[in-house]
Design a protein around this ligand. Sequence first.
Ligand SMILES: [Zn+2]
Length: 435
Amino acid sequence: MSSEEDRTKINWDYRFRSFKGWVPVIVLVYIGFTQYAFCYEFLYNELNKTLGRRSVFIGLCIVHGWLSFTLLSSWFFIFYFGPGKPPGKVKLFDLEKYVRTGNILTEKLNDNSMVSTTDASLNDTITRIGSSLTIGEDEKAGRGDNNNNNINININDTNSEKENEGFSFIDPPEIFFCDSEGLPFWCSTCKSIKSLRSHHSSWYNTCVPKFDHFCVWIGDLIGYRNNQYYIIFVFSFWLLFLFDVISMICFSSKLHNFGKTHTLHPVLIIMYIIDCFWFTMITSLVYTTVKHLINNETTMDMLQINKRRKYLRDDAIKKTGTWRVMMQILRGYNIDDDSVVTPYERYINIQHPVLSNIRLIIRLKQDEKPYKKDIWSNIKDTFLIRDKYKSLDNSSSILEFDNESFSDNFKSLINDKIQKNDFRIMSNVVPTNLN
Ligand SMILES: [Zn+2]
């Protein structure tokens, strides 16, 4: 895929229809103003001409110029590359056969009065009963005979593609993110499964892999393709303000104007105030950017977790009162996350480790991060992701990459959950015997 095709098109008309679109223009005007105030008024007029500090003037000019150049060029590259779009479409998953076997298994567990609901033996029972749901040729239409332990389900067609009502179906990957029913997320505009942590952007009218957020200051969406330039942008912006404010603090008292009237040039006072405001804003931005980088998470991931956190907090306040919840938060405890199906939950759909025809739905807690590896791997993931995406072109390569991006820690955490019976069998039948 060439870089031209890969680039998402900027919709200029749509962009300037709202105030949001104009914010970057204001930021750009301010950057222009600091060039005038800092370089001309402060460095050239005061330091160089009035105080005669020529070497300081040149030194500060070089650092300020270099930081401004990094800032503006990273901004340019954020637009030039754009957030990126999916390397290809991912076809619908053929989950029907898993639901069918899941129905039979759940019904058997419901019917069987011998099934123990104690933690250890439930897993064994599922494996024992599930193993009898063996591969066969006869049963294609639907459910099998409940009295017969050897239920035959046709699941021979692995790696096959099916056609149904104009949609083609493929076999699901080992793990994928799903809704509470176990179904993957589908983008009806792009006609594709939302893979590679993508979300649909109405601004670009495409799904964007590793969708981070829309940065109002920059005026562009941050995705997998421009994420690394965004990080450079945030850092150079922060360093620029830090550098400008520190240099002004160091030399203010020596300035010609300050010595005479004990006040600064009005332009420098304005710059001081605005810089301090920007500096606080960008310090919090630097903090979240670093946090996301070392945890391999996107702003979008965080937003979803925060929604859930807020829901749990409000729910707990309703039940136990504000004071108790506040104390719990102040002591650093997370609000209890063990409740049954509630809004904003995250689920994954995973192949049963032993039973090839059964899929499980597992709920994730707030602090369970699927992509978090060691710090170095997380940083590498963000900076090298563009090259990795270049080799992806069809459904299977995209899904394979998707499965590889889950960390080993996360996979063993999921295995622990399976061992502890912390899952639901994917089916249409409501379990009664299970907890
Ligand atoms: Zn889409």
